[in-house]
Design a binder for this molecule. Structure first.
Ligand code: NAD
Ligand code: BTL
Length: 495
């Protein structure tokens, strides 16, 4: 496949209608990775038309669900077989350490397996209509043409969480990955084609949000938009999709509290607080970017956190000594830097980091792991998502105080609770207004467990049975076995 024929529309690899391309550079060193096609409205129109035709023909939606599931199982096997190629491509685009991309590929294959097995298990539901003369049942049907729009931080994983259930449920789709990280989406389309997904069912457009994303969200022939990305973009997409009353699923940002009680296992809590905040340089929606620590433990815990944060080795995706990598772009590093500076101006105490590293990493977009201590609720670094290697530190007095602080956010994506008191951990978990709560852990997610946010972290859930429901309509079929005259209206004969 030539580099620039990277749009996949109606089963054909093609260049953008106007010939536009974009260069992809590795964030770790700025080197050119490749040049790919950059779609515009005409390409989106073509992709939506193909997806519409494929859906309306009824072939894919009418394929027995278990057969669609078998295709997904083949995709999972194909991903495992080509794991090295996929992981390498993901690391070049994102700058993420190879080992992290490899873990992502395992998670992605597991996601296809999960939805492959779930497809075909649903026989609908019989409803008791209260009469022996009526058969009343609920059947689930695909929503139709889905626009799937995804971010750059976990490019293929976030796409898989949409593509796998959309296909399992019998939809057709147009995927638009982030313009910064297109490669694994191209590889996935090729794999879908090889695994027997028919032409027009899976379509790929690459390109920027305004030029390639927005036309999808406004298009009258799109039935559903599933979006993962930032809050502001989500709000914009939600209003655009509302004009034609599309189904909308939103997976947005987070500002996630990691609550550490004084009776926590100290070593495990420290290690996981580092992991929560600094893995993938904090470019994780569920990053534990708000450390909320019991007052009596603060000094010991934060001193150790800072000592360990200073030791984190930064490096490129293929540097075996690197423990975390660069930020996605120069522009994003500028944003993170301004965020930290604003926090300091508002009174946060900089304990470490707060700048780019000097020396041999200067061609990449690195930023040092940063700890901002003594922050207060209401400061911008506590309220807003930073999406960089930055953790803020707040303290609490008791259980009620911990819950109050942890819930004091417009978001509600994820939270961690560290304590050796099982009762306390369950009480606190029950009171936290967040879509995922980890007790004595941070970050794991499972394909069989729902993922999503409370509050402004989004609408709907991915993964788990609800992750399939998002891509289905529920239809009620009511069958009267003994048709009869109702008598509501008089039969006036010839009058
Ligand atoms: N909740 C989750 O599960 C989850 C997972 C990963 C990332 N995120 C969030 O994603 C954000 C980071 O990703 P990002 O910077 O790529 O987000 P972003 O909102 O800038 O972009 C996401 C996608 O939307 C597209 N887009 C931009 N403007 C658009 C428009 N007007 N219409 C249609 N599409 C448009 C982009 O091209 C990209 O494909 C963070 O806020 C992070 O928390 C959330
Ligand atoms: C959903 N997750 C944790 C895989 C990626 C968030 O950015």
């Amino acid at each position: 496949m030539p580099d620039t024929q990277t749009l996949y529309i109606d089963g054909q690899w093609q260049a953008a209608a106007d010939g536009a391309t974009r260069e992809i550079h590795c964030p770790a060193n700025g080197e050119l990775v490749a040049s790919v096609s950059e779609a515009g409205r005409a390409d989106v129109d073509g992709a939506v038309a193909a997806a519409r035709r494929a859906f309306d023909s009824g072939d894919w939606p009418g394929t027995p669900a278990a057969e669609r599931g078998d295709v997904l199982l083949k995709v999972a096997a194909g991903l495992r077989a080509a794991k090295d190629e996929f992981a390498h491509a993901e690391s070049l685009d994102t700058g993420k350490r190879l080992v992290e991309s490899e873990i992502d590929m395992d998670d992605i294959a597991n996601c296809f397996d999960y939805f492959g097995k779930l497809a075909g298990q649903d026989a609908g539901r019989l409803v008791d209509a209260g009469s022996a003369d009526v058969v009343s049942r609920i059947v689930h049907e695909p929503v139709g043409v889905c626009a799937l729009i995804t971010p750059w931080n976990y490019p293929l994983l976030q796409a898989a969480w949409k593509v796998a259930p959309a296909l399992a449920a019998g939809n057709t789709f147009i995927l638009k990955p982030s313009e910064l990280t297109p490669h694994t989406a191209v590889l996935l389309m090729s794999l879908l084609e090889n695994c027997g997904v028919p032409a027009g069912v899976a379509n790929l457009v690459l390109g920027a949000g305004a030029e390639a994303g927005a036309p999808m969200t406004e298009h009258p022939d799109v039935d559903m938009v599933s979006f993962t990305g930032g809050f502001e973009t989500g709000r914009h997409i939600s209003s655009a999709a509302a004009l034609s009353v599309k189904n909308v699923a939103l997976e947005l940002g987070g500002k996630n509290p990691n609550v550490v009680f004084a009776d926590a296992d100290f070593d495990a809590a420290i290690d996981n607080a580092l992991n929560a905040a600094f893995v993938h340089s904090g470019q994780v929606c569920s990053a534990g970017a708000r450390l909320v620590v019991e007052k009596s433990l603060h000094d010991k815990f934060v001193d150790e956190l800072v000592r360990r944060a200073k030791m984190i080795r930064l490096g490129g995706p293929f540097d075996p000594r690197a423990e975390t990598g660069p930020l996605i772009s120069a522009a994003h590093r500028e944003k993170v830097s301004a965020y930290v500076q604003r926090g300091i101006q508002e009174g946060a105490v900089l304990r470490c980091g707060g700048e780019a590293p000097s020396g041999d990493l200067e061609n990449g977009f690195y930023y040092l792991p940063t700890v901002l201590d003594d922050v207060k609720q209401g400061m911008s670094v506590v309220v807003d998502e930073g999406f960089g290697p930055v953790v803020t530190v707040e303290t609490f007095d008791d259980e009620d105080d911990a819950v109050r602080i942890a819930n004091d956010t417009k978001y509600g994506l994820a939270a961690g609770v560290w304590t050796q008191d099982a009762g306390k951990s369950q009480r606190v978990a029950g009171r936290l207004r967040h879509g995922t709560v980890w007790i004595n852990d941070f970050h794991p997610y499972l394909p069989q467990a729902e993922w999503g946010g409370y509050g402004q972290s989004g609408i709907g859930r991915e993964l788990g049975p609800t992750g399939l429901d998002e891509y289905q309509e529920a239809k009620h079929i009511y069958h009267n076995l003994r048709p009869a005259v109702t008598g509501w209206f008089e039969d006036g004969g010839d009058q």
